[in-house]
Design a protein around this ligand. Structure first.
Ligand code: NAP
Length: 209
């Protein structure tokens, strides 16, 4: 059977927004990916001091956000796996689920710039190609220097996703919600309704169920 190209869009997705969706769609189109799996993270050891809604809330929002795109699916592998979330474990799991298929991990520039601090990052480079997009505030020189270094040192396969700079972030959305500002057109309307319904990110978020 011909091997498929599987894109992996990993994220905290706190919450998911249009820049995540557009990045995944642009990567899919540019690299001819057969499908994209969105993977909301479980327990990130790098964000343990942040108040992050449970994986279930973030998974539900991702599911709503990708509705209608036949190439997009959402996986529970990280939210259902006990313990801290490490990308290397997820890739091992995906290799077992999709033997013979090619894996492409999609990320923004800040993720690439921090990758050498990730758990067993060298194994990640062996298991997946990295598709990286510049962010609105990316220092492109620093990004290309980092990419070149990783290619040389670890034989990483790093490719650039051609996408316009998108000035949207989950932090910005959470701040706006906290201060009662509109988040319309930054993320899908269904997600906005879900956030209101579950009272996420507002001052009273400790009351959420
Ligand atoms: P996130 O904040 O939800 O973002 C998901 C991805 O979308 C990131 O790569 C982010 O890039 C990108 N992105 C968001 N807004 C963007 C924009 N406006 N333009 C371009 N790109 C944009 O998720 P995260 O907390 O960064 O985590 C990303 C993935 O890395 C997850 O799968 C997580 O588990 C993994 N991770 C693994 C380890 C480890 O295994 N040790 C450590 C850290 C993270 P930026 O990075 O540029 O924001």
């Amino acid at each position: 059977m011909k091997s498929r190209k599987i894109g992996i869009m990993g994220g905290t997705f706190n919450p998911i927004h249009y820049a995540h969706l557009l990045l995944a769609e642009n990567a899919r189109e540019q690299f001819g990916l057969d499908r994209i799996i969105f993977i909301p993270s479980g327990q990130s050891y790098m964000k343990e001091d942040e108040d992050i809604p449970s994986g279930e809330f973030r998974y539900q929002m991702v599911k709503m956000a990708i509705q209608g795109n036949p190439y997009f699916t959402c996986s529970r592998v990280e939210i259902d796996r006990p313990g801290r979330t490490y990308t290397v474990d997820t890739l091992h799991q995906l290799q077992r689920m999709y033997p013979g298929d090619e894996l492409f991990f999609i990320m923004g520039a800040d993720s690439l710039l921090s990758m050498e601090s990730w758990y067993q990052f060298e194994d990640i480079f062996q298991m997946a190609a990295i598709l990286v997009a510049v962010r609105d505030d990316t220092d492109e020189r620093a990004l290309s220097d980092a990419a070149e270094r990783m290619k040389t040192r670890y034989l990483a396969d790093i490719r650039m996703v051609m996408t316009g700079r998108m000035d949207i972030s989950s932090t910005m959305i959470r701040e706006k919600i906290k201060t009662g500002k509109s988040v319309r057109y930054l993320l899908p309307e269904d997600c906005v309704e879900y956030i209101c319904l579950k009272n996420l990110y507002s001052q009273q978020q400790e009351e959420r169920v």
